[in-house]
Write a protein that binds this ligand. Structure first.
Ligand SMILES: NC(=O)c1ccc[n+]([C@@H]2O[C@H](COP(=O)([O-])OP(=O)(O)OC[C@H]3O[C@@H](n4cnc5c(N)ncnc54)[C@H](O)[C@@H]3O)[C@@H](O)[C@H]2O)c1
Length: 346
């Protein structure tokens, strides 16, 4: 039996969709991107240069009004527009794949979960770090029981600058709060946070945080540290845009051993000794094109199974809550702030 092609449109044809999502879609037989909306004329041209058959629009609204045969939309604009574009897509009966963070504000995130439920359409966040080969390998090591029960994490994300958007639009939008919604915690916090949920097998119940802005030219933080309390342990996270180097260093501490990740290099210490090996994950390629299809398969599975408010979406909501509660903590002398894990609004 032949499977029907899943038809999609991309809203925001910038760095991540141009270099990460679109080439991955082109490699798939089950999915076709038929239209693109971007407010920047040069980015619409960039899309047409990759596929002249695309129908292009200068706004999401015009695309939604004209395209009647879509199955899903891929939202790759800056965060402040994620919520409204996702709502417009759901109102037209489309499934939604949305870049992180899910939304820039917590009320928008809550409304999106409610709307996905009402519309019976999937909303799925791009939590692509879970699909890095190194992370998948570490998940398997944890599941094997080699390091015992995980109770502690440190996650350090080092960058030598804020991530840049495409040159043709506003390359420094991540440092401008009205477009980004916040600094490095808003931009990158989701990746750190959902990995902690994954490895500690729970949602955190409290956060204490500190933001620092070293480069005072901008109104968003470039350094962010926090401690998260879980029913199963704790996590310590540091995110910086001023590290002078680009890399991730994570440690996972268990009851009988530990794992250290330094980009592609993994070290596992357990009662049987220490082993070191590498898994090519291409951390340096910020498009993470090689991780996309595994994540997109998960999105498609949710669509097939009708998992509208799926576990990834709930995690995305919790990430947005965490980002805002962490900002609250930092603004109040790093006071510990409680997190709601109940989803009682659903
Ligand atoms: N998951 C990841 O690893 C990863 C990596 C990079 C970026 N991202 C996310 O992707 C999103 C975009 O980031 P980017 O680096 O590609 O930015 P970018 O600046 O390169 O691209 C944004 C594009 O959106 C367009 N745009 C802006 N507002 C729009 C609107 N209202 N309607 C239509 N088009 C609009 C701009 O013209 C631009 O082409 C952000 O949410 C970011 O956090 C995720």
């Amino acid at each position: 039996m032949t499977q029907q092609v899943f038809r999609g449109a991309i809203i925001g044809f910038g760095f991540i969709s141009g270099k990460g999502h679109f080439p991955a879609y082109q490699s798939r037989k089950d999915t076709e991107i038929v239209a693109v909306a971007d407010i920047c004329p040069a980015r619409r041209q960039a899309a047409l240069a990759l596929n002249p058959k695309l129908r292009v629009y200068d706004s999401a609204e015009k695309l939604f009004d004209a395209e009647k045969n879509l199955d899903f939309v891929d939202i790759s604009t800056p965060p402040v527009d994620h919520g409204s574009i996702a709502q417009a897509a759901l109102a037209r009966g489309l499934h939604v794949l949305c870049e992180k963070p899910l939304t820039a504000t917590l009320p928008e995130a809550r409304e999106l979960l409610l709307a996905a439920n009402r519309a019976r359409r999937v909303v799925f966040p791009c939590h692509n770090y879970k699909h890095a080969p190194v992370v998948k390998t570490v998940d398997e090591i944890i599941a094997s029981g080699e390091i015992g029960k995980v109770h502690g994490l440190t996650l350090n994300t080092y960058r030598n600058t804020h991530a840049k958007g495409v040159q043709e639009w506003r390359t420094d939008w991540r440092r401008d709060k009205k477009t980004s919604g916040g600094g490095i915690a808003m931009d990158h916090g989701s990746h750190t946070f959902y990995l902690t949920f994954n490895w500690l097998k729970a949602l955190p119940t409290a956060v204490t945080a500190k933001m620092v802005t070293i480069n005072k030219e901008w109104d968003t933080e470039d350094n962010f540290s926090c401690v998260l309390t879980f029913p199963t342990g704790y996590a310590n996270a540091h995110l910086t845009w001023t590290a002078g180097v680009r890399k991730v260093i994570y440690t996972i501490q268990g009851s009988q051993g530990a794992i250290t990740i330094d980009d592609d290099d993994i070290q596992v210490a357990s009662p049987t000794g220490v082993r070191k090996f590498s898994i090519a994950s291409h951390w340096g390629d910020a498009s993470h094109v090689g991780w996309f299809n595994s994540m997109f398969d998960q999105f498609r599975d949710c669509v097939r199974r009708g998992e509208y408010v799926n576990s990834e979406l709930k995690e995305a909501y919790h990430c947005v809550q965490l980002i805002h509660r962490a900002y609250e903590s930092s603004n109040d002398g790093s006071r510990e702030v409680q997190l709601d894990t109940s989803f009682s609004f659903l």
